[in-house]
Design a protein around this ligand. Structure first.
Ligand SMILES: Cc1cc2nc3c(=O)[nH]c(=O)nc-3n(C[C@H](O)[C@H](O)[C@H](O)COP(=O)(O)OP(=O)(O)OC[C@H]3O[C@@H](n4cnc5c(N)ncnc54)[C@H](O)[C@@H]3O)c2cc1C
Length: 289
């Protein structure tokens, strides 16, 4: 099913994000998580695309099993990193063969050790080019990334929004946002996007904090801010991992509750390949269909 068709049918979608594990042996444990997530009746499960190296091929394999074996709708992420147009065409063809109908089209980050993203020879330099290319292949529903705090490389918040509009004008059907910990950032982003006539559904990305070091590493990578009160509380709890997780999940629950009250089109929960937090958030807020 095309994810864009869900938006007309439902008040709000529920989705989860998983990533291909680096170690082969962890694949079965991921599928155990997928089975647990499926019990929560998500509208779709998204599978990230490795920044480089061995996990890339796994995205299609995992998305295919999510869809064809578990019967959940799949959203496969795809980036422009180190790929020519022909490479991308082949990957998209593979997706089609595997019955994958939804793609999150991304530029990707610069490869490790490189500071700037350089357009690969014969490839794409920005996500809007990838969107146009996939749109030309017909049949896919396309999502793109949005940044409530602005993309770290953007010259300004407003320029970044204009670039987001390019992606929508190129044919994107919906937007999934970067994780954020201050809902006001999301509301400001949504309002500004609407003002620019970006009129596709915008789904907030929610990141339940499970681990102190992990959240520091991830926010450093993606540039999301940790509000000072949250940062202080996490620092206070950091030697008690169970308390960090308990507080992290409660915080995410609070964000999700507020987002629902503010009529978001969906909730997209990053699971870090574990179902605990998703289960608690979904059950406590009564989100399961
Ligand atoms: C929901 C979500 C999922 C993600 N999943 C993955 C994943 O699976 N794998 C992965 O490697 N990374 C993933 N990322 C990270 C993403 O690849 C990085 O944030 C990357 O740096 C930007 O990708 P993008 O698609 O937003 O790029 P773009 O939309 O191309 O934007 C990149 C930068 O260029 C600017 N820009 C865009 N278009 C133009 C233009 N035409 N002219 C001039 N400037 C322009 C933008 O303002 C921005 O600063 C994800 C991010 C999000 C929010």
């Amino acid at each position: 099913m095309l994810i864009r068709d869900l938006f007309g049918q439902k008040k709000r979608t529920l989705s989860f994000e998983v990533f291909p594990p680096v170690r082969e042996g962890n694949l079965e444990s991921l599928f155990k998580t997928v089975a647990e997530l499926k019990e929560l009746k998500p509208d779709f499960i998204s599978v990230t695309y490795g920044a480089g190296g061995g996990t890339r091929d796994k995205t299609i394999e995992i998305a295919s099993r999510v869809k064809n074996e578990f019967g959940s709708e799949a959203l496969a992420h795809l980036t422009c990193v180190a790929a020519t147009r022909d490479d991308i065409a082949r990957i998209v063809e593979d997706m089609k063969e595997q019955n994958i109908e939804n793609i999150l089209a991304l530029r990707g980050d610069p490869p490790k050790g490189e500071e700037k993203f350089v357009r690969p020879a014969g490839g794409f330099g920005f996500a809007n080019e990838l969107v146009s290319f996939i749109r030309g292949l017909n049949g896919f529903c396309i999502g793109v990334a949005g940044y409530p705090e602005g993309h770290p490389e953007a010259s300004s918040f407003e320029d970044d929004l204009k670039n987001l509009k390019r992606k929508v004008d190129a044919g994107a059907d919906f937007i999934v946002t970067q994780l954020f910990f201050n809902n006001d950032d999301f509301y400001r982003f949504r309002d500004r996007a609407l003002a620019l006539k970006i009129d596709v559904p915008i789904i907030p990305g929610i990141f339940p904090i499970l681990n102190y070091k992990q959240v520091l590493r991830i926010t450093e990578l993606c540039g999301a801010k940790i509000p000072s009160a949250l940062g202080e509380k996490l620092c206070w709890l950091k030697d008690k991992p169970e308390d960090v997780e308990k507080y992290g999940i409660e915080y995410a629950q609070g964000q999700a509750y507020d987002l629902i009250r503010n009529e978001v089109h969906g909730l997209h929960i990053c699971t870090m390949n574990q179902s605990r937090a998703a289960r608690k958030i979904v059950r406590e807020l009564g989100l399961t269909a």
